[in-house]
Design a protein around this ligand. Structure first.
Ligand SMILES: [Cu+2]
Length: 344
């Protein structure tokens, strides 16, 4: 029996779908560095690839992911891939003493899983979570692109990631301390920086902004001025009925994708509406604040960011446009640690 040309075409198309899933191999280290969060405030962190947030993972639905994680610090860590289903790969779920032995100093561990769940996921350490995740920066974004994006998703012109976290200055210099209930979290940041060290989000009229908001370690009430935000996804999952808000509440760990139509030229603040989250250790202005700048608006002499040095990839928008892979983000890099003090 000989195959007709259309049948051969069908077989080739089916094969193309099967081989489309790629194996993506990555290496990631954990480093001890100091992170400058706000003017005059640095804290010791354990940083994935030396940066906070950790590097951006961007893969496609169905990809097989392998990550070799090398621990270059003096304490144990793991990586939990928050949101991944880990079908038949539960040894890669990253929970110490439950799914693996923690990665000891100088050792590495290889995580392998299939990226089945689509959307805005993240990853974080799962050892002594209140300290390692809560105040030492052990978290980063993991975006899984759908094979068939919705019509709304196809309209997006700017894809941006914003991760919210808090910091405790009282233990900033001392590894092994902090992470206790009711500890004094008094710095609040977006992508590891507090205003005025955050960055503007630059847009033009007609842009469709997709903001992937992630409440990594603190509750957040996100409020963009001048615009409504259409909530389209919760924890990566598409909502059957997207809804519009002007304040979005997020509990720690939650992620929401919102789509904002850039239809109102101006200079607009977008901030966490927990009042003390817009301060730096009690002083305003500060905290989890960004500004949406339309390119058609002239700067003013009195504008707080008139001389701002722009980091175009601060919201990972540049990296999100690159081919799939692991992307290090330069402005997230920590610095050489000073004055090591460690308590075990
Ligand atoms: Cu850790």
């Amino acid at each position: 029996m000989s195959l007709r040309p259309w049948a051969i075409g069908l077989v080739l198309a089916a094969l193309a779908v099967i081989v489309q899933a790629e194996t993506r191999q990555f290496e990631m280290t954990i480093e001890e560095v100091d992170l400058e969060v706000a003017p005059g405030f640095k804290t010791k962190v354990w940083a994935f690839n030396g940066q906070v947030p950790g590097p951006l993972f961007h893969v496609q639905e169905g990809d097989d992911v392998e990550v070799v994680v090398q621990n270059n610090t003096t304490l144990n860590h793991t990586v939990h891939w928050h949101g991944q289903y880990q079908m038949n790969t539960w040894h890669s779920d990253g929970v110490p003493d439950v799914t693996q032995k923690a990665i000891e100093p100088g050792d590495s561990y290889t995580y392998k899983f299939k990226a089945i769940k689509v959307g805005s996921l993240w990853y974080h350490c799962h050892v002594n979570v209140p300290e390692h995740v809560g105040i030492r920066g052990m978290w980063g974004p993991f975006i899984v692109a759908p094979k068939n994006p919705s019509d709304l998703e196809k309209r997006v012109t700017i894809d941006a990631v914003a991760m919210f976290s808090g910091w405790n200055p009282e233990v900033a210099d001392t590894y092994g301390e902090g992470g206790h209930p009711n500890e004094p979290i008094s710095y609040f940041s977006i992508n590891g920086k507090s205003f005025p060290m955050t960055q503007p989000l630059r847009v033009k009229k007609g842009d469709v902004l997709r903001l992937r908001l992630m409440a990594a370690t603190i509750p957040v009430a996100f409020h963009p001025h001048g615009h409504d935000a259409l909530v389209t996804h919760k924890d990566g999952l598409p909502l059957e009925h997207p809804y519009a808000v002007d304040v979005l509440n997020m509990a720690p760990g939650e992620r929401y994708d919102v789509i904002i139509e850039m239809d109102n030229p101006g200079r607009w603040i977008a901030h966490d509406h927990y009042e003390h989250h817009v301060s730096n250790n009690g002083k305003t202005p500060g905290g989890a604040v960004l500004i949406i700048e339309y390119d058609s608006i002239e700067s003013d002499d009195w504008y707080v960011w008139k001389d701002k040095k722009i980091e175009p990839d601060f919201y990972m928008s540049e990296s999100m446009k690159k081919p799939y892979g692991l992307h290090n983000i330069a402005p997230f890099k920590g610095s050489e640690p000073a004055g090591q003090r460690r308590r075990r």
